[in-house]
Design a protein around this ligand. Structure first.
Ligand code: ACO
Length: 426
């Protein structure tokens, strides 16, 4: 055995194999632990647990590195498009010209929704959160598009169908929540421009394509396209491991993403900045409250389970924020608060000691706001971006001979065996 770990329990030595990834990260393979020792490992939140081998995304939280299929996120953000990046994540390689054209044609072909699906929208309460609508609609796709997904061609069609229709569904959820008629997609527009068209086109003010905003949206979605085994991706892998259909699996990912500690943080950041602004709270007071353990207030958009330095996506998002606000000549007081907050928090002992840096969500909300995206749609924007990652991870699981149904163990801490007492005697 090349490298191994030794574990001593009650004086007895156990040898466990060590696995090494392609970037040198190491893991102790404990798959035989319970059978050979009767022990399990205890790791709430899975902070030290590897659940799969994956060739999709590499991140180094200490160095602030993020790469999709080996390509640095900075290069993709600068040179690629969201559709090309989605292709890269799902297939494992960059597309040729023909492959990219073919993908775009199929995305156009699949962009309309089944007429009966539209009826659902009309019956949602007007204040329904678009994330709830989106996860339900994606789940409903299984009934509307029940085609088999067990041969490659059909599988790829399903992926593109999902990527195309999620954009139509999201725009439609917004239009209906505003009491407006849905807008049909335009085949001559690229993926991102088509989304903005479906969101904002109207008879009174027709949508006019702006290349800078289209670029900003491409970058936003590229940055969100995958992030290895985060909360929603883990939900996707866990739910998918039961071999449920892909639509139900992605719907579970959307639900997991909704939470404010995860994808919901972009909305929570804006809410926090608005609270600071409206209440005239000083930046120092906000930082002091975030430090106070008795106060539930946290600096949303700060901190990350893996990054212990600046989130590389946050850096790109910050630059994008400056470009877009400059171009649109927007003077957003929330941006001033965000900049000051970042400055003060980065100098603060508490944030330094705990390695709390701005994450991707910190500036994302301000970029989306400048683009005219309403706050309750922010997490939906994240979901559209994350979809190729979820698909790639689900696909990887499907073909991984090591994968089994997810079924963790627990340490039981409840009552030991107890008598049942009939109700009249309690
Ligand atoms: N503000 C104030 N204190 C914080 C913050 C914050 N934003 N984040 C972490 N801390 C503190 C915790 O109170 C904890 O302190 P303790 O050691 O004294 O108990 C310590 O830092 C470690 O934090 P944990 O919550 O234990 O770290 P974990 O890795 O479990 O959580 C998380 C990471 C959920 C992202 C956390 O930093 C957080 O809640 N941030 C705000 C929400 C947010 O921005 N989420 C988006 C993440 S990025 C994404 O999902 C796309």
């Amino acid at each position: 055995m090349s490298e191994y770990a030794q574990l001593i329990i009650d004086g007895k030595e156990h040898t466990l194999p060590v696995i090494e990834g392609s970037e040198g990260e190491k893991a102790i393979d404990i798959r035989s632990l319970r059978n050979s020792t009767g022990y399990i490992t205890f790791d709430p939140g899975f902070g030290n647990t590897g659940t799969c081998r994956s060739a999709i995304t590499y991140m180094d939280g200490e160095k602030g590195i993020l790469r999709y299929r080996g390509i640095p996120i900075e290069h993709l953000a600068e040179h690629s498009t969201f559709v090309e990046t989605a292709y890269l994540l799902i297939t494992g390689k960059l597309p040729t010209n023909d492959e990219l054209t073919n993908t775009s044609v199929m995305l156009n072909d699949f962009s309309l929704l089944h007429e009966n699906m539209k009826v659902f929208y009309q019956n949602y309460p007007p204040k329904a959160h678009p994330m709830g609508i989106l996860s339900a609609m994606v789940n409903a796709m299984r009934s509307f598009y029940p085609e088999l997904v067990d041969i490659d061609e059909e599988l790829n069609k399903t992926f593109l169908r999902l990527i195309s229709k999620i954009r139509t569904m999201a725009a439609m959820a917004y239009r209906i929540s505003m009491g407006h008629q849905p807008v049909t997609p335009r085949p001559d527009y690229c993926y991102c421009a088509n989304f903005l068209h479906m969101m904002f086109d109207s008879a009174v003010v027709p949508y006019v394509k702006d290349d800078d905003l289209v670029k900003a949206l491409n970058v936003f979605w590229i940055l969100h396209a995958d992030h290895e085994q985060n909360c929603s991706t883990t939900a996707v892998r866990v739910v998918g491991s039961g071999k449920v259909n892909i639509y139900a699996t992605i719907s579970a990912g959307i639900s997991a993403l909704w939470g404010p500690l995860h994808g919901g943080a972009n909305q929570a950041v804006i809410n926090m900045l608005e609270t600071i602004h409206k209440n005239g709270m000083s930046i120092e007071e906000a930082v002091a409250r975030a430090r106070d353990k008795q106060d539930p207030f946290r600096l949303m958009g700060f901190g990350h389970r893996v990054y212990k330095t600046y989130d590389p996506r946050g850096k790109i998002m910050k630059q994008m924020c400056d470009i877009i606000l400059g171009k649109l000549k927007i003077n957003d007081p929330l941006l001033d608060i965000a900049r000051k907050l970042e400055e003060v928090a980065l100098e603060d002992n508490y944030f330094q000691e705990k390695n709390l840096y701005p994450n991707v969500d910190f500036y994302a909300g301000i970029v989306l706001r400048a683009m005219g995206i309403p706050t309750n749609m922010f997490t939906v924007m994240f979901a559209i971006g994350r979809l190729p990652g979820w698909i790639a991870q689900w696909k990887e699981d499907l073909t991984d001979p090591e994968m089994k149904i997810s079924r963790p163990r627990q340490i039981y801490s409840g009552n030991t065996i107890s008598d049942y007492i009939p109700i009249h005697k309690r």
